[in-house]
Design a protein around this ligand. Sequence first.
Ligand SMILES: [Zn+2]
Length: 74
Amino acid sequence: MAMAAPQTCPVCGVKILVGCAGGDRVLFSVGPPGTRLKLYARVCRHIDKPGCINQNGGNQSASSKDYYKPDAPK
Ligand SMILES: [Zn+2]
């Protein structure tokens, strides 16, 4: 079984554990770990700079529960 390899996004500064069972895990500075999609919905889509390692949220589409409540699509 492969070890999860941590990657740090140089733009957001968030750590992502790649290769975890069940998908990549994002280590937020506050709160429990989440998905790349959650990181994208909450952080990366606001930053939108080249060099971000999570620019597409892991190719999944975000659902409203992945956003902070004020940002959730109606
Ligand atoms: Zn990022």
